[in-house]
Design a protein around this ligand. Structure first.
Ligand code: COA
Length: 382
């Protein structure tokens, strides 16, 4: 297996982008990624997308996107793992380069959610249709059950949840690509509309449009494209029960823990070595459960991390410096790739006001549905 590096990146702003179509978003991110590396071709393309078919009626994305990039003819594959589609696409892109099948691989994630689709029902198609969706559950409802389980087991409070969103919005306010660039207080979060008890509006990621793309190359060719490549040092991917009812403990995200264990083993990195992380905070409770599963906080202690400043910029382990899914936005198929871009910029020292000083090991964790799939990537500044 060859060492693989990210050598270029590009992403659109995230938000309600009424003026751009699904293909426009992809092309904008892809052209920026290629341009940033001075590349004029790719050997292979992976496109992470959860549900182009249901959101905008467009399936068969891989050839469409290759064609609109002016590269019809290249091999291209669309990758779906619900909200983890981008992370899963990045893993396949890595495998394409590492195996020697291709030298220059473009991995993109794209989603156009604001185009009139019944978003709540489209998202629910990533849950168990027979045992959950049939009975009327929504994604905020599933994560509300996870939150209730965490509260019952560990005494997690509504304030603990609110602090996660306060931190996300503080970071997102400094990110020009973020959907919401305003700070909020604990009171704002707790007093915002109740969506699914105990999760309020400001504890939910939004409905977003956007695309993100990274260019991968073998490490020994990276200098052709950049003087600051970021190496992908290890990857772990895992699955868990789809239906919450089949899980032994609702407050735990088994697929995240398993994916993390595999990524740590593959990279020889431990949670204590990580300087900055982007984790899948689709709802405030998700960040709390994810940082426990990743080993940044011990079991039941994730609830204190945002409130204490541990996961804030300047804290022990800054989490979601981009603003996370909550504030930056969550165009579902694009999020896993956008997480990698935040870490790419952090490790190259390009994160501006959000820069984590001295960061040289970074981690991303992307998750599908209510946690039935997860992908963890560990990155290293070279
Ligand atoms: N965070 C902050 N503000 C939000 C928001 C969010 N998540 N969602 C909407 N808003 C704001 C809008 O900008 C709008 O503000 P404005 O009145 O100043 O323009 C206002 O709240 C109402 O927006 P609207 O689009 O009517 O909200 P909604 O009630 O239709 O949707 C949610 C709100 C929370 C239901 C929706 O964002 C949602 O479903 N989020 C979860 C998405 C999800 O499940 N993703 C997959 C995760 S696994």
């Amino acid at each position: 297996m060859r060492d693989v590096a990210i050598v270029g990146a590009g992403m659109t702003r995230f938000g309600e982008l009424w003026e751009s179509s699904l293909r426009d978003l992809f092309v904008d991110a892809a052209v920026e990624a290629l341009g940033s590396a001075g590349a004029d071709h790719v050997d292979d393309l992976y496109v992470g997308n959860m549900s182009g078919g249901q959101f905008v009626g467009q399936e068969h994305l891989a050839p469409l996107m290759a064609d609109h990039l002016g590269m019809a003819g290249i091999p291209a594959t669309r990758v779906e793992s619900a909200c983890a589609s981008g992370g899963a696409a990045l893993r396949l892109g890595y495998m394409s380069v590492a195996s020697g099948m291709a030298d220059l691989v473009l991995v993109a994630g794209v989603e156009k959610m604001n185009d009139g689709a019944d978003v709540t029902n489209v998202l629910a198609s990533a849950a168990d249709q027979e045992t959950e969706v049939y009975y009327g559950i929504t994604f905020p409802g599933l994560y509300a059950m996870i939150a209730r389980a965490h509260m019952a087991k560990y005494g997690t409070t509504p304030e603990d949840l609110a602090w996660v969103s306060v931190k996300a919005h503080r970071n997102g306010a400094m990110n020009a690509k973020a959907q919401f660039r305003r700070e909020v207080t604990v009171e704002d979060v707790m007093n915002s509309t109740m969506v699914a008890d105990p999760l309020t509006l400001l504890e939910c990621s939004p409905v977003s449009d956007g695309a993100a793309a990274v260019l991968l190359a073998p490490m020994d060719q990276a200098s052709k494209y950049t003087d600051r490549p970021v190496r992908i040092r290890g990857i772990g991917q895992a699955t868990s029960s789809m239906a919450l009812a089949d899980r032994k403990d609702l407050s735990k995200l088994d697929a995240v823990a398993l994916a993390a264990e595999r990524a740590y083993k593959a990279s020889g990195i431990t949670p204590r070595d990580v300087h900055v992380a982007e984790v899948h905070d689709c709802f405030a409770i998700a960040e709390i459960c994810c940082i426990e599963a990743l080993g940044f906080a011990s079991e039941g202690e994730g609830k204190n991390a945002a409130r204490s400043g541990m996961t804030a910029l300047g804290g022990e382990i800054p989490v979601n410096t981009s603003g996370g899914l909550k504030s930056k936005g969550h165009p579902v198929g694009a999020s896993g790739v956008a997480q990698a871009i935040e870490i790419f910029e952090q490790l190259r020292g390009e994160a501006g006001e959000r820069q984590v000083e001295g960061a040289h090991i970074g981690l991303t964790q992307n998750m599908g549905g209510s946690g039935a799939s997860s992908v963890v990537h560990i990155f290293e500044r070279v």
